[in-house]
Design a binder for this molecule. Structure first.
Ligand code: ADP
Ligand code: MG
Length: 818
C-alpha cells in the first residue's frame, strides 16, 4: 500500500529553501503534519514501513521546538523516507520497466493513494499527473477522470497495416516493425537531429528525427521498434521523416501499428505524453463507468456497452468498432438531450395550469374578413393549430416556422386578438426596436380595417368596434421618454392595455403584466428554455408562440426546440414571384447602379445594404453614413435617399422608415439592421455590398425584403474578392430560392455554432453527435419518447442510473443545457 507523499515533499523542499524558519506552510509544519499523517498512516500496511513511519514522529511532531540544525536533519530524514516509499511503489506499479527506461525523477510521480477515488476524482489522482499537468488539462476543460474518459481524440491515424521494408511506398503513411542497427546524432542544416538505420529481413531504411538529438541515445542497437509515418525519398532512397515510434514489446502499442488517436492539445501537452496517459486511464477506468442506458434500449438500438464504447473511441481495435463506439456515444448525447427537453416540456405544461382561451368565432371572423386578402391554406391550418392550443388548459409551447414573407404576422395578430377577447393580455416581442415599431404599425393597420380608431396617444392606439370594450395596443421601446414609459408600464400592470409590442426587454425586465395570456416572440431563434423560464418566474404561465423565418433544419429544430410543438407555414401568398438573384463582379457595379435607377424611374424602390465591417454598431453606422453621402452626391444626386442604421434614435428610424414606406424616399441605404422583417411591398431591388461576408441565411433574409408585392423583384450581390467558401455561398444563393434548402447548405458550410451566431444559441455541447445525423437523432427522439411514456419521472429503479446521468448533464455543464 502506498501513501501520497507529494504534498509533504513539496512543503519540506520549500522549508529547506527558506532556511528552516517553519514558514513553508501557513499555521506551521506541526499542524500540517497532524492532518497529513493520520490518513497516511492508515494507508501503510507493511509492518516495517509502519515502524519507520512511527520513528519519524510525524503524528506527534514538535518541529517548532527544534533548533535550526535539528530541523535540517529531520527534514532530510523525512524526505529520504518519502523517496524510499515512492520507489517501492514504482517497482510495484511498473512490473515490466521499458528496456530504455529513462529514469523518471521521483518527484514527477504522484504515488497513488487509496483515499476514495472515483471517476469524479480530480485527474491528479492518476499516476503520473502532476498538478502542473492538471493545469494544462484544465485549459482543455478536463478536470476529473470522467472528463478524461470523455476527452476524445479529434481523429485517428491509421497505422494498422504493417508493411515490410521492401513494401514501402513513397508518399504513403506506413508502419513497419524493424531492428535498430545504428543511431547517432546528425546536424542537417545545423539542426540537432537523430539519424538511424533500421531494417527487417527484406531490407534496410533510413530514419530521421529532426530537432531531436536525444533519441540517438534511446535507440540502442538491436532494439526492436515499430515505426509509423510518412515515407519520402531522399537521394533516390526511402526515408522515414520524424515518424512515430515505440519499442516493440509484449504490451499493447500506443503510438504505432494500429489506429492511433490524435488528441486536441494545448501548450505544453504532447501527443506521445497524452496518448500514454490516456491509454493508462482508459485501461484502468473505462471499465468502472456505469452504463446508464436501459438494457432494452441498448438491445433495440444495437449499441455497444458504455465502457467498451469509451475504450474503443480512444484505442479502437478497428474502424468498425471505432464507428460503433461513436454511434453509442453520440446516441447518449442525443438521447439525454431529448429526455431533457421532453422533461422541460412536461414541467412547462404540467406543473402550472395555463389559461385556456376560448375562440371567439365572431370576433375572429370579423377581423379576418376585414383584411384585404384571404389567408393561404397554410396560414389557415396553422391558425387552427394555434387556436386549438390556446383552448387547452396547458400552456401552448409552439414554434412557428415560415419562410420570409409567408405571412406570420397576421396569424400571430389573430391569436393576440383572441387573447384580448378573453380578457387576457398579449405581448409581441421583436428582436430589434425597428421591428417592434414596424409590428406596431402593421398591427394597428390590420386592426384599423375593422375597428374604429378611438383614441390615439403617443405609442398607444385604441380601437372600438371589435370587442365589447375598446382594444388597446401599445408600443414599449427604449426610446420612449421616461415619464411616458412609466405611465404605460403602470397601465400594463393595471390591465388597461391589451397588446404590448416591444423587444425582449419586455419580459426580461421593467414590465409587469396584470394577466399575461400569450407571449409571441418573432424572428428570434434564441428564445430558448431559459427565456421561457423567466416568464414563469414572473408568475405567468402564458401560452408561448415562437416565430422564426430562419428555416431551421429538422435536426436542429428537434435539438434546440425539442420541447416545442412545430407548426410550419409552407406556402407563400399567391402572386409572389421568384426573386431574380445575380452575383456581380466589381466591374459591374456601374451597371448595377444604372439598374437601380431604371427601377426607381419606373416607380419602384431599392435597398442598398452596406458591408458588414465589424460587429460594432458605431463603426457600421459611420461606414453607412459615408456610403450614403457618396451615393447621394456622386451616384444619385437627383434621387431621394434615406439612411438607416442602429445608432439612430427610435424617432429618427421611425421617420426614415415612414418616408421609405410612403414612397417619399427612392433608395434606402442601410446597415444590415434591415435584415429581418421589414416589409415594404413597393421595393423591388435589394443590392448587397460585400455579399460574400454574409451567411446564406442572412442573404436570404435580405432578399426576402423585396418581392413582397406583385412586381418582379431583383437581388444584386456585390463581392470584391470572395474567398472560396464565399464564392460557394454566392453560387448557391444565386440558384436556390428555397429557404429550407439554403439553411441546410448554410449549416453544412458553417457548422451549427456559427449558424446560430454565438454559443449563446443554447446549442448543447455535442462532442460525438453531428447534427447531420438525422437518423440517429430521430432514433434517440423515439427512444426518449418511449421511455418517457413508460416512466416519465424516471422513478423506476432500473432507470435510477439514467436519472442520475440526466441530472448530471443538465445541471453541471455550466448551465449549458439548462
Ligand atoms: P413574415 O412571415 O415574413 O413575417 P409578413 O407577415 O410580414 O411575413 O407578411 C408578408 C407580406 O405578405 C405582408 O405584406 C402581408 O400583408 C402579406 N400577406 C400575408 N398574408 C397574405 C395572404 N394570405 N395573401 C396576400 N398577402 C399576404
Ligand atoms: Mg415577420
Amino acid at each position: 500500500m502506498s501513501i501520497n507523499g507529494e504534498p509533504l515533499r513539496k512543503i519540506l523542499e520549500l522549508e529547506d529553501k527558506k532556511g528552516y524558519l517553519d514558514s513553508a506552510v501557513i499555521g506551521g509544519l506541526d499542524r500540517f503534519l497532524r492532518n497529513w499523517a493520520g490518513p497516511a498512516m492508515e494507508s501503510i500496511t507493511g509492518p516495517r514501513l509502519l515502524s519507520r513511519f512511527h520513528k519519524l514522529h510525524l503524528v506527534d511532531s514538535d518541529y517548532a521546538a527544534l533548533t535550526k540544525q535539528e530541523r535540517k536533519e529531520w527534514v532530510k530524514k523525512v524526505l529520504d523516507f518519502l523517496t524510499e516509499v515512492e520507489h517501492k511503489e514504482e517497482e510495484k506499479g511498473e512490473a515490466k520497466p521499458a528496456p530504455v527506461a529513462k529514469k523518471p525523477s521521483p518527484k514527477a510521480r504522484v504515488p497513488r493513494t487509496t483515499v476514495t477515488q472515483s471517476i469524479d476524482s480530480p485527474i491528479t489522482v492518476v499516476k503520473g499527473v502532476s498538478s502542473s499537468l492538471a493545469t494544462k488539462f484544465d485549459k482543455l476543460g478536463v478536470k476529473t477522470i470522467r472528463d478524461l474518459l470523455y476527452f476524445f481524440p479529434n481523429r485517428h491515424l491509421d497505422y494498422s497495416q504493417r508493411k515490410t521494408v521492401s513494401q514501402l511506398t513513397e508518399g504513403e503513411e506506413e508502419t513497419i516493425v524493424a531492428n535498430v542497427w545504428q543511431a547517432h546524432e546528425v546536424r542537417p542544416g545545423g539542426r540537432r537531429s537523430t539519424e538511424a538505420i533500421v531494417g527487417d529481413e527484406t531490407g534496410n531504411v533510413r530514419v530521421v528525427w529532426f530537432n531531436n538529438p536525444y533519441l540517438a541515445r534511446t535507440l540502442t542497437p538491436n532494439m526492436r521498434i515499430v515505426l509509423s509515418g510518412r515515407v519520402s525519398i531522399f537521394n533516390g532512397r526511402h526515408v522515414f521523416e520524424s515518424p512515430e515510434w515505440e519499442p516493440m514489446e509484449d504490451r499493447e502499442l500506443i503510438h504505432t501499428g494500429r489506429l492511433v488517436p490524435l488528441y486536441p492539445l494545448t501548450q505544453g501537452l504532447y501527443h506521445r505524453q497524452v496518448r500514454k496517459l490516456m491509454k493508462a486511464v482508459v485501461d484502468q477506468w473505462a471499465g468502472q463507468v456505469e452504463d446508464f442506458l436501459p438494457q432494452e434500449v441498448k438491445e433495440r438500438c444495437n449499441l455497444l456497452e458504455l465502457p467498451q464504447a469509451i475504450s474503443q473511441a480512444h484505442y479502437p481495435e478497428d474502424e468498425a468498432l471505432k464507428d460503433r463506439a461513436r454511434v453509442r456515444l453520440a446516441f447518449d448525447e442525443l438521447f439525454l438531450l431529448q429526455l431533457g427537453v421532453l422533461n422541460k416540456k412536461r414541467q412547462w405544461q404540467e406543473d402550472q395550469p395555463g389559461n385556456p382561451l376560448s375562440t371567439e368565432t365572431a370576433v375572429l371572423n370579423t377581423f379576418l374578413e376585414s383584411v384585404p386578402f384571404e389567408l393561404t391554406a397554410a396560414q389557415d391550418r396553422v391558425l387552427k393549430e394555434l387556436l386549438a392550443d390556446l383552448e387547452k388548459p396547458q400552456p401552448m409551447s409552439r414554434l412557428l416556422q415560415g419562410e420570409v414573407g409567408s405571412g406570420k404576422t397576421i396569424v400571430a395578430t389573430a391569436a393576440l386578438l383572441m387573447t384580448a377577447a378573453n380578457d387576457y393580455q398579449g405581448a409581441f416581442m421583436a428582436p430589434t426596436e425597428i421591428l417592434a415599431e414596424q409590428h406596431f404599425a402593421t398591427i394597428c393597420q390590420l386592426l384599423s380595417g375593422v375597428g374604429h380608431l378611438e383614441e390615439q396617444e403617443d405609442y398607444l392606439h385604441s380601437y372600438s368596434g371589435l370587442l365589447s370594450r375598446p382594444l388597446t395596443v401599445a408600443l414599449l421601446i427604449g426610446d420612449i421618454p421616461q415619464a411616458r414609459k412609466r405611465e404605460l408600464q403602470q397601465r400594463i400592470l393595471d390591465g388597461e392595455i391589451d397588446i404590448v409590442i416591444g423587444t425582449h426587454a419586455l419580459i426580461q425586465k421593467d414590465v409587469e403584466f396584470h394577466r399575461l395570456g400569450l407571449a409571441v416572440v418573432d424572428e428570434q431563434h434564441r428564445f430558448g428554455v431559459a427565456q421561457r423560464s423567466t416568464l414563469r418566474q414572473k408568475g405567468f404561465n402564458p401560452h408561448v408562440l415562437v416565430m422564426t423565418a430562419t428555416p431551421i433544419p429538422r435536426t436542429l429544430a428537434l435539438t434546440l426546440y425539442g420541447d416545442l410543438d412545430l407548426s410550419v407555414i409552407d406556402q407563400l401568398p399567391p402572386g409572389r414571384q421568384e426573386i431574380k438573384t445575380k452575383w456581380l463582379k466589381p466591374t459591374q457595379r456601374d451597371s448595377a447602379y444604372a439598374f437601380v435607377r431604371r427601377e426607381v424611374t419606373s416607380g419602384r424602390q431599392a435597398f442598398i445594404i452596406c458591408p458588414l465591417i465589424e460587429e460594432s454598431e458605431a463603426i457600421q453606422a459611420r461606414a453607412a453614413t459615408a456610403e450614403y453621402e457618396r451615393l447621394s452626391q456622386e451616384v444619385y444626386p437627383d434621387l431621394k435617399l434615406g439612411l438607416l442604421h442602429g445608432r439612430l434614435s427610435a424617432a429618427e428610424k421611425d421617420e426614415v422608415m415612414r418616408r421609405f414606406r410612403s414612397g417619399e424616399l427612392n433608395i434606402l441605404v442601410s446597415t444590415p439592421v434591415v435584415e429581418v422583417g421589414i416589409d415594404v411591398p413597393n421595393a423591388t431591388v435589394m443590392m448587397v455590398e460585400s455579399a460574400d461576408r454574409f451567411g446564406l441565411s442572412q442573404l436570404h433574409q435580405f432578399r426576402g425584403r423585396v418581392g413582397r408585392g406583385q412586381e418582379q423583384s431583383y437581388c444584386m450581390l456585390l463581392a470584391e474578392d470572395p474567398s472560396e467558401t464565399g464564392q460557394e455561398r454566392l453560387d448557391i444563393i444565386e440558384k436556390v430560392q428555397d429557404g429550407f434548402q439554403l439553411a441546410e447548405e448554410d449549416l453544412r458550410l458553417r457548422g451549427p455554432g456559427e449558424f446560430f451566431g454565438t454559443r449563446q444559441s443554447g446549442l448543447p455541447d455535442l462532442r460525438m453527435a453531428k447534427l447531420s445525423d438525422v437518423a440517429l437523432l430521430e432514433l434517440a427522439r423515439t427512444e426518449a419518447e418511449k421511455l418517457f411514456q413508460k416512466d416519465k419521472s424516471l422513478e423506476n429503479p432500473e432507470h435510477s442510473l439514467l436519472a442520475k446521468e440526466l441530472a448530471r448533464v443538465w445541471t453541471t455543464e455550466g448551465g449549458e443545457w439548462s
